[in-house]
Ligand binder design. Structure first.
Ligand SMILES: Cc1cc2nc3c(=O)[nH]c(=O)nc-3n(C[C@H](O)[C@H](O)[C@H](O)COP(=O)(O)OP(=O)(O)OC[C@H]3O[C@@H](n4cnc5c(N)ncnc54)[C@H](O)[C@@H]3O)c2cc1C
Length: 487
């Protein structure tokens, strides 16, 4: 990573270049930092009253709680590197518990130990049979007898698992993870993205179970893990804002951008960023908003963006209800911290027992305090809470929490609740996501000096969003400083 002082001999004077970042979510703030740290002038325009986008912390029942991202994947070290740059490297923590459970018709039980994305290496293992029963295990065993090459290169995870091991493995072990965790149907998940090497190992070993065992052996403990921040994940936003201020970046909230046009000023700043009150001329623009928002603000600058014909896994409406309550004796020993429901068996899709995962939150919630987030909604399955008033939604969430935590919660004292509705874009591993990102960016080739970042392109998840924002901001600043983008 480069600091302003390290950058020497650039052809254009960075300080003479103004970059406008539209959208102050994590993608926009990271892109802003990349541009600011090489000395470019940067202004962030955010529609909301606060920056951070979906990453937010609220006081619920007297406890400061992350309402969205509460941790990050350590994949590639990208998020940790940003945290280092914003002075939060020492605050990175590992979860107290990392376990996952699955709740189905047969009760709540751990995700089997020897699996890759829920696919078992041994269908007869007791922790697998508990979920799929004897008949499911027999069907899964057919995988060992079936010739591998006929479907050796199946790209859809759901179809691969169904064909080799049957519906029960797909529906009861794989679907809870993809739907609960990422709001995507297993049929829309690309095998090579979630389980690199699995298809090749299938051809090599002759069975999917053999491939799972081989991939696990190759990983040899090197699996990407989950990390968080002491004090909560929303601190990444505080850290980014503080660092941006150090670099003199202007952050303006309650400034929705309505459009971006060419100035027509040959030799001057090429882009005009329109807000409700003014038009700001810029050398470069980073569009860091959601998909619909990007299409709207780029309607003039990149009209082709409006009609990208890509068949992509859908963005899914969801609702998460955070509950803070006192449980007799606390709930640290409950299943979790993550419990995914088998789709179709419960009204909720996932429970996140946050006090079970993070020590700092347990300390904040007190001896008997529990913070749990219950998420509703999946692909083709609108949130069951959508039409309920706040009290009814909280009651439903508490009933689901009770079932998923296997903890009677009748008469429990709720200290506070919070509802959070959002649209979840497909993950990086989803069918069509990479093609859509490539076509969206291709639509911008006629608009040099504009970059597109954000979860709808990178795939949801901080590791993906941050990595992509750094790459795109790097290409943009190269173009503006070295590549002759007008200015
Ligand atoms: C409930 C939930 C839980 C999650 N949990 C995790 C997790 O545990 N780990 C993980 O890695 N990831 C998690 N994620 C995903 C991760 O938080 C997101 O992928 C990431 O924060 C998205 O950032 P973004 O900048 O792309 O988008 P956003 O956060 O949506 O930011 C876009 C910003 O643009 C602004 N904006 C929109 N239109 C305009 C306009 N016209 N003018 C100006 N501003 C505009 C918006 O107000 C917003 O601030 C979670 C997401 C959710 C919703």
């Amino acid at each position: 990573m480069t600091d302003a002082a390290d950058v020497t001999s650039v052809p254009s004077d960075p300080a003479a270049k103004l970059v406008i970042v539209v959208g102050g979510g994590v993608a926009g703030l990271v892109a802003a930092l990349e541009c600011a740290k090489v000395g470019m002038r940067v202004t962030v325009l955010e529609r909301d009253t606060r920056v951070g986008g979906v990453i937010r912390r609220e006081e619920v029942g007297g406890v400061a709680v992350d309402l969205a991202a509460d941790g990050f994947s350590t994949r590639g070290g990208v998020v940790a590197a940003v945290l280092d740059q914003v002075g939060l490297g020492d605050a990175v923590i590992r979860p107290e518990h990392g376990g996952r459970f699955i709740a189905g018709a047969t009760g709540v039980a751990p995700l089997p130990a020897e699996t890759v994305f829920g696919i078992p290496a041994n269908a007869w293992a007791e922790d697998v049979r508990r979920h799929i029963g004897w008949s499911g295990a027999w069907r899964a065993y057919l995988d060992r007898l079936r010739p591998p090459l006929t479907i050796g290169q199946e790209q859809s995870l759901g179809r691969l698992v169904r064909t080799r091991m049957g519906d029960r493995v797909r529906d009861r072990l794989v679907a809870p993870l993809s739907v609960g965790g990422y709001a995507v149907d297993p049929d829309d998940v690309l095998v090579d993205e979630v389980a690199p090497g699995l298809n090749a190992a299938l051809t090599r070993t002759g069975s999917l179970a053999g491939a799972v065992a081989a991939v696990r052996a190759e990983r040899d403990g090197g699996e990407d893990g989950l990390a968080g921040l002491s004090g909560g994940m929303a601190r990444i936003i505080d850290g980014l804002v503080a660092r941006l201020f150090d670099f003199g970046v202007e952050i303006r909230t309650q400034v929705p951008v309505t459009g971006i046009r060419r100035t027509g000023d040959a030799g001057g700043r090429p882009w005009l960023v329109q807000t409700d009150d003014e038009a700001i001329a810029a050398d470069a623009v980073v569009v860091a908003v959601d998909e619909d928002g990007a299409r709207a603000v780029l309607a003039h600058a990149a009209p082709q963006l409006a009609s990208l014909a890509v068949d992509v896994a859908p963005t899914v409406p969801r609702e998460s209800i955070t509950l803070v309550f006192d449980a007799p004796g606390g709930a640290v020993d409950r299943p979790g911290p993550v419990v995914h429901a088998v789709p179709g068996t419960r009204r909720a899709s996932t429970l996140l027992h946050q006090t079970g995962r993070w020590n700092h939150l347990r300390a904040a919630a007190g001896e008997s305090g529990v913070v749990a987030r219950v998420t509703f909604g999946g692909p083709g399955d609108p949130p069951a809470t959508a039409a309920l008033d706040d009290a009814a939604a909280a009651t439903m969430a508490l009933a689901e929490a009770s079932a998923l935590l296997a903890l009677p919660l009748d008469g429990v004292r709720l200290r506070g609740t919070h509802r959070y509705r959002y649209d979840q874009p497909p993950p990086a591993s989803a069918r069509g996501r990479a093609e859509r990102a490539a076509r969206a960016r291709a639509a911008l080739t006629a608009a040099p000096g504009i970059a597109l970042v954000g979860a709808w392109l990178a795939g949801t998840g901080l590791a993906q969003v941050v990595d992509d924002a750094i790459d795109q901001a790097d290409a943009l600043r190269r173009g503006v400083l070295f590549g002759g983008v007008a200015g």
